[in-house]
Each structure stands twice: as C-alpha cells, then as structure tokens.
Design a protein around this ligand. Structure first.
Ligand code: CUA
Length: 153
C-alpha cells in the first residue's frame, strides 16, 4: 500500500517536472527579440561597428575606440591604440564568446564584457604613458595573457 503511494507520488512529480520544463521551454521560445543594444554573439564580427574595430576621432580631442574582446585578446584594429594627452576616449566593447573584463589599472575604467552586449565607458587620459588594458574576469586557460595597451603621447 505504502509502495503504491510512493510510486504515485514519484510519477506525479515526474509529470509535474515535464510539464514545467515544457512550459518554460515554450515561454522562452516566445520571448521577444533581444534588446536593440545586444547583438547575436555569433554575428559580432559581422555587425557594425565591430566589423571594423579601431580608433576614430569623433570630436575635438574625443575618440571612440571600438574593440572586441575574445578568448584571449582584444581586437582593436590599430595596434597599439595611440591618442594625444588630454584626449577623452570612449571604449565601446563587446565579445563573441564568454564573459571578459576590461580594466585599465590606475583609472576608473573597469567593466564587464558580456557576449553580445555592448559596453561603453569614457575616460580622459591626461598623463602621457602606456596604459595597460587587461581582462579581470576569469575566462579560461588564456585569461592571464589577455591584455593590450593604449598609448597616450
Ligand atoms: Cu578574458 Cu579573462
């Protein structure tokens, strides 16, 4: 008798689980398209502006640096990025693969790069020098080698 109750309970739980799984799959399938600021991670390299990463002057002393973070490096087009002292640079970064970091030690530049999401951060570089840009999110076996530089002249 007890066995039968447990069997019934087990089957009920299994059915309930399958129903929940079915509903969640269905609901997920009906989700609206992703936000306009997100990109299909598999299409990052074909999607503007990431199809042509690099540094662009967007105003007097203002630059935009479009970069793609990937395991394990940064694609910034020109290398190294070079700007005159006093420039403001807006970094526009995404990734096609896994979560990465984007940090410039000694500045307030520190952001998480999520696959398909476009992250922005602005910084004014007053002091000439070579600034390290590095990944501060563990992203796999090449994480510690993931870095690049920006040169301020
Ligand atoms: Cu990319 Cu760690």
């Amino acid at each position: 008798k007890l066995e039968k109750i447990w069997l019934t309970f087990g089957i009920t739980m299994l059915v309930a689980f399958l129903v929940i799984l079915g509903i969640s799959t269905f609901a997920f399938g009906l989700e609206p398209p992703s936000h306009s600021h997100t990109i299909d991670p598999e299409k990052v390299r074909e999607t503007a502006p990431f199809d042509n990463p690099g540094l662009r002057m967007v105003g007097d002393g203002e630059y935009e640096a479009v970069m793609t973070a990937y395991a394990f490096g940064y694609d910034s087009g020109d290398h190294p990025l070079t700007v005159p002292a006093g420039s403001t640079v807006e970094f526009v970064v995404t990734t096609p693969d896994v979560v990465h970091g984007f940090q410039i030690p000694g500045t307030n530049v520190n952001m998480m790069i999520v696959p398909g999401e476009v992250s922005h951060i602005k910084h004014m570089f007053n002091e000439p020098g070579e600034y390290l840009i590095l990944c501060n999110e563990y992203c796999g076996g090449g994480h510690e080698f993931m870095h690049t530089t920006i040169v301020v002249e």
